[in-house]
Design a protein around this ligand. Structure first.
Ligand code: ADP
Ligand code: ZN
Ligand code: ZN
Length: 739
């Protein structure tokens, strides 16, 4: 296929952070030996009128650009690859698999400081005395005491670094500047030696339960080889203890452990447990850090200075000097899938990465994704179960509260209020879960049935009474809450419950009991979540109200009652994963009850107590639910029994979005059509969001390979469609949602 002429020197194919599915060809800078440049090196190249940093992906001998028009890179920034070979290959593989522009994939993988040109390794500024300084000094009798002191130091040693000088005293900068102005000293950059990884002295852990021992032994037996483990342990069964023991063995082998967690800023407890256990430097990577902090952590992982790295989704691309194990905690969590731009799944990539490194990977959860359970069922993952809690408490007791027969006050049915009273009287804490923030989901006019629609979305605005605002949770639009209906002037009223309204209701029902509310309206920073959790742990607050945010890994030892206020929202979801999501959140929030040695009770309020999903969950727990749900997926041909990609479009009109998708559908190569099923195009369930019309085309295939073959052939044709320019379109491989 090489129709292009050979070029006399190597051509570097560079990934640039641009939304284009291609690489860009450059020659080496004139003053650089091209044979020294390897894949993974960063280069600064001319691009349009700019000069930008890219990553060398390939080195070839031909180019589609004529030799006389090939540009030279401005500079080569590295003398070694930024990423280890496996991580480098992983980024390329992911760009391929998710059919995403490779430059954007590299941009997601590298800290922004590196994309701006920062050095790969940490360096410090050092000063040394110039050769002819001594003679000059002898002829300069009138030196100040500070200058004299500094010169003495510099004479005594070869060079001195910024950190040592700073530790030594004040004002050295001015003194140095003075000496350097006289031409006596000069500065240079030197690489900092990686921190010596302190030996992992390990604080005493718990005496393992029998199930934990089996788990730890099984995983430890596979260190040094690829081995995927699904650690399915009920909440409170001591999964973290298993991770810690396995990591202990990894550190003893002088290897590194990379631990992925869902949302680090909100789970300070998890980090503290790791920190408390190992006396080694812990690198933490999450979105709430400054670029400088992030770079430092990334370097520590890459150099091997940090033996344990804990990070959120994007940490899956952090290079490791001595990879030993990958751990994905709460592997079912949807935050592992990036939902915009480069839509990768960090959980899925962890498997690929572990395989390439030849190391074990642990997927841990109390409510594993159906995909992961399926992999265990067919023998691809080793299944490890921790079926019981470690403490004396035992599993919490789940029961339903029938909203059809019991009266509700402030969203709480009579039996729920009675139970809350009982648990509070016993001196315990109570958690109320509702997956809706704000005061009420609807503002309703009884006169004409108006219900405060968002002007830009097919959705209602949520009432936020504290700020007297109607807020659209989809586009962020806000307006003051009206007192009367804008159409018929009837007095309007909020209908339904949100966290804010429950908080008010609790204040009224239990006026002397302090309440903590945890949702995105009350918690914005790590400090705020810590303050809220502290009020709970000190037992100052005894009632907790919150959304999903409450379900993520927090430990509330004195919460003995959990009330799930509205399970029904999830029962009739349109997405094929709705039931799975609901079961996961019920089990996760239920798991907050009775974690220490106090037994827990869980009440689930519902108007559909006979619903098979709820029945199944009550009778046979998450595993029973999952078996039934997998059987349904198999019958309907949904993942994991098929593979999906969804082409989404949004445009100013419905017609533009649908026209593009129809044309795209017509472009699917004939040869591939027999293998895949095309569903749509169809408008999205919420068709209009932020004023744009949304539609989608679903591509489904029983096998993975033919799906990807089709995508690879099809996307260039889609890209070339004239109608593509009138829409915003995206491709999502293995989408989490298809509604
Ligand atoms: P999970 O991550 O499975 O929800 P955790 O690891 O948080 O469970 O453990 C739950 C609680 O049990 C923690 O307080 C932990 O310190 C404790 N724990 C863990 N393993 C043991 C053990 N073998 N014996 C006693 N307590 C344990
Ligand atoms: Zn009205
Ligand atoms: Zn809106």
């Amino acid at each position: 296929m090489d129709l292009f002429p050979l070029i006399a020197e190597p051509v570097f194919r560079v990934a640039l952070d641009a939304p284009l599915r291609r690489l860009f060809d450059y020659l080496a800078p004139a003053d650089t030996d091209p044979t020294q440049i390897r894949p993974g090196f960063r280069v600064r190249v001319p691009f349009g009128k700019q000069s930008i940093v890219g990553v060398v992906a390939d080195i070839v001998v031909t180019s589609s650009v004529p030799a006389n028009r090939l540009k030279r890179a401005h500079a080569v920034l590295d003398s070694e690859s930024a990423l280890d070979p496996v991580t480098l290959a992983l980024v390329r593989w992911a760009a391929d698999y998710y059919h995403h522009p490779i430059g954007e994939a590299f941009a997601a993988a590298l800290p922004s400081a590196l994309r701006a040109g920062a050095p790969l390794r940490a360096t410090e500024t050092r000063w040394h005395l110039l050769a002819d300084a001594a003679a000059a000094m002898a002829q300069t009798p009138r030196l100040g005491p500070k200058q004299r002191a500094l010169l003495a130091i510099l004479q005594a040693q070869e060079s001195i670094g910024e950190a040592e000088l700073a530790a030594d005293g004040t004002g050295y900068r001015d003194t140095l500047r003075g000496l350097s102005a006289r031409g006596w000293v000069s500065q240079f950059q030197r690489e900092l030696p990686p921190l010596a990884a302190a030996l992992a002295t390990v604080a005493q852990g718990h005496v393992l339960t029998a199930a934990q021992t089996l788990a730890v032994d099984d995983i430890r037996a596979h260190l040094g080889e690829f081995s995927p483990h699904l650690l399915h342990g009920v909440t409170g069964s001591g999964k973290t203890e298993v991770y810690l023991r396995v990591i202990e063995a990894v550190l003893a082998r002088n290897e590194q452990a990379l631990v992925l967690v869902p949302e680090i800023a909100l789970t300070p407890q998890a980090i503290e447990r790791f920190q408390a256990r190992f006396s080694v430097p812990l690198a933490v990577l999450h979105s709430g850090m400054s670029d400088t902090e992030r770079l430092a952590m990334w370097r520590a992982a890459r150099s091997g200075a940090a033996p344990v790295i804990i990070g959120t989704r994007s940490a899956i691309f952090v290079p490791l000097a001595r990879p030993g194990i990958l751990i994905v905690d709460e592997e079912h969590d949807s935050s592992y899938k990036q939902q915009e731009g480069f839509r990768y799944s960090a959980r899925d990539l962890a498997l690929r990465r572990a395989q390439q490194h030849g190391i074990p990977v642990i997927l841990g959860s109390a409510t594993p994704a159906l995909e992961s359970l399926h992999q265990a069922n067919i023998g691809r993952y080793r299944r490890i179960s921790l079926p019981e809690r470690t403490g004396a408490a035992g599993a919490p007791k789940l029961s339903l509260v029938d909203l059809r027969v019991h009266e509700e006050r402030h969203g709480m049915a009579t039996p729920s209020v009675a139970a809350i009273t009982r648990h509070l009287n016993d001196g315990n804490q109570v958690l109320l879960y509702i997956n809706r923030r704000g005061y009420a989901p609807t503002l309703f006019c009884p006169g004409c049935r108006w219900s405060a629609p968002c002007k830009a979305c097919d959705a209602r605005m949520t009432v936020h009474l504290k700020h007297h605002q109607l807020v659209c949770h989809h586009c962020g639009a806000q307006q003051p809450v009206p007192y009367a209906c804008p159409l018929c002037a009837t007095e309007v009223r909020p209908v339904g419950q949100g966290t804010e309204r429950i908080e008010d209701g609790l204040d009224e029902l239990f006026p002397r009991i302090p309440v903590v509310r945890i949702d995105r309206d009350t918690i914005h920073t790590r400090g705020q979540i810590e303050a809220a959790l502290a009020r709970v742990h000190s037992k100052e607050a005894r009632l907790l109200v919150g959304t999903q945010m409450l379900t993520k890994g927090h430990d509330f030892p004195d919460v003995t009652l959990v009330v799930i206020l509205n399970a029904d929202q999830g029962l009739f979801g349109t997405d094929f994963r709705a039931a799975e999501r609901l079961a996961q959140s019920i089990v996760q929030v239920a798991g907050r009850a009775g974690r220490a040695d106090k037994p827990g009770e869980v009440l689930i309020q519902t108007a559909c107590p006979d619903h098979p999903l709820l029945q199944r969950l009550l009778e046979s727990g998450y595993t029973g639910f999952a078996d039934a749900a997998l059987a349904e997926r198999a019958a309907a041909g949904w993942p994991p029994f098929s593979h999906l990609a969804v082409l989404r479009a949004e445009a100013a009109t419905r017609e533009q979005a649908l026209l593009f998708l129809t044309e795209a559908r017509d472009q699917t190569p004939l040869s591939d059509r027999g293998q895949v099923r095309l569903l749509g195009p169809a408008p999205a369930v919420m068709e209009r969001r932020a004023g744009r019309f949304r539609a989608q085309l679903l591509v489904e295939c029983a096998q993975r390979a033919p799906l990807h073959q089709l995508l690879a052939r099809w996307l260039p044709l889609v890209e070339a469609l004239p109608s593509a320019r009138r829409v915003r379109w995206t491709l999502d491989v293995d989408p989490l949602e298809v509604s």
